[in-house]
Write a protein that binds this ligand. Structure first.
Ligand code: PLP
Length: 429
């Protein structure tokens, strides 16, 4: 396990994750003696006089003096900046300079802005196949229109990844960890080594891990992405996204946000900041609950397979233990049943809601075969490695005993199988 407290964090480097989540990056003295970060609901910012304007422009244009104020809402906002500083502090450092974070109106806004900024026609992207479906679609359609090719390699196959890299052409390696829905964990050291040997940049989407469980910058990754809609916001009430990296690398992406205009509203930024204050508390509890649920499901005769990186049976358990301080709040499992039985089981659950997200205080459950692959036949889903009986359970902060009791009663509604079937499935090689 990595001891994150050894890392040098911005703001309060010696503080733990809970203290950082509440305080890091914010100024102790806030406007009008407010304790909380004020929501600065202003589209533009005024200058006292022309001398004031010139002082600002000198700092902004020529670097003469420190730029300490905002100018226009698309370029920056004090509420948004407070969130960015907090997230930069939580994410640690690459050891080569200051970390910076740029907040966006959604996770996809952060991802697409990064891609459109660092890539140009004729270049090439390599990505692992388990990345968020919209990211892959964006690369294979929109980037393709601009003459940027994408190669997709199986997650966990580092030889395939290395072979897919074209020296001098591949600019970016994209991966995610843990992935959705099978929770594969990418070995960041191996990704970094391949990228370094081929002079590529690396982007890792760690929405499922959060900075509490994993800080990819500390493993030499260039760009970290989170959908802040998930754990960072944490309450299923706000959309947001963030890109984090060394400030030199992040600057062009901040500038691009000013051009694309996919900024986050100050009200949304405030909700995200409020969510971050309990990030560490929530995530630690969600880690514990998910681990217990995974262990409970693993021994249940009506569950064929459990996917959770905290289980020794998970293919990436070793790399997850090396790289993460917790295994996350999502558990996926295959039931002893088909598309229909699985839907019936989900309907029998009484605590989680059926919804396509994760990371909030409410537990959410979904059947990926329906939620994400409804347009495919059973055979097509099987060919994609997507089981009809797979359930993705994203734990909230409810009491673990209640969630397990709820699972127990829902599992009891699944018809019993013949003992011989159970034997065959549980012990197949
Ligand atoms: N990355 C991952 C891993 C996601 O799960 C999602 C959304 O589900 C996104 C990115 C996109 O984030 P958003 O919905 O905030 O645009």
């Amino acid at each position: 396990m990595v001891n994150k407290n050894n890392s040098t964090l911005q703001g309060s480097p010696n503080h733990g994750d809970n203290t950082q989540s509440v305080h890091a990056g914010t100024s102790r003295k806030k406007a009008l003696n407010s304790l909380t970060t004020p929501i600065v609901q202003s589209a533009t910012y005024t200058f006292e006089n022309t001398a004031d304007l010139i002082a600002f422009l000198e700092a902004k244009t020529w670097g003469n003096g420190e730029k300490t104020r905002d100018e226009y809402g698309r370029y920056g906002n004090p509420t948004v900046s407070a969130v960015e500083k907090r997230l930069a502090a939580l994410e640690g450092t690459d050891g080569k300079g200051e970390t910076d974070a740029v907040l966006f109106s959604s996770g996809m806004a952060a991802i697409t802005t990064l891609l459109l900024t660092v890539l140009k026609a004729g270049q090439h992207v390599v990505m692992t196949d388990d990345v968020y479906r919209r990211t892959r679609i964006f690369c294979e359609t929109t980037l393709a229109k601009f003459g940027i090719d994408t190669s997709v390699v199986p997650v966990g196959d580092y030889d395939a990844l290395e072979n897919a890299v074209v020296k001098g052409k591949t600019r970016l390696i994209i991966s995610e960890t843990p992935t959705n829905p099978y929770l594969r964990v990418t070995d960041l050291e191996r990704i970094k080594t391949i990228a370094k040997a081929n002079r590529c940049l690396t982007m890792i989407d760690t929405t499922f891990a959060t900075p509490i469980n994993l800080c990819p910058l500390e493993w030499g990754i260039d760009y970290v992405i989170h959908s802040a809609t998930k754990y960072i916001g944490g309450h299923n009430d706000v959309l947001g996204g963030v890109l984090i990296g060394n400030e030199m690398r992040v600057k062009p992406i901040r500038d691009a946000r000013g051009a694309y205009g996919n900024t986050v509203d100050p009200q949304a930024a405030f909700l995200i900041e409020r969510g971050i204050k309990t990030l560490s508390l929530r995530v630690r509890q969600q880690n514990e609950t998910a681990q217990r649920i995974a262990e409970y499901l693993q021994q249940h005769p009506k569950v064929d397979h459990v996917y959770y990186p905290g289980l020794a049976s998970h293919p990436d358990h070793e790399v997850a233990s090396k790289q993460m301080t917790g295994f996350g709040g999502v558990v996926s499992f295959e039931l002893a049943g088909d598309l229909q039985t699985t839907g019936d089981f989900i309907d029998a659950l009484q605590i989680p809601y059926i919804a396509p997200s994760l990371g909030g205080v409410e537990s959410l459950v979904e059947q990926p075969a329906l939620m994400s692959y409804y347009d495919k036949t059973s055979e097509e889903r099987a060919a994609l490695g997507m089981s009809d009986s797979l359930v993705r359970y994203a734990v909230g902060i409810e009491d673990c005993d209640d969630l397990i009791a709820d699972l127990e009663q829902a599992l009891a509604t699944i018809p019993e199988r013949e003992l011989s079937d159970i034997w065959e499935i549980k012990f197949r090689v």
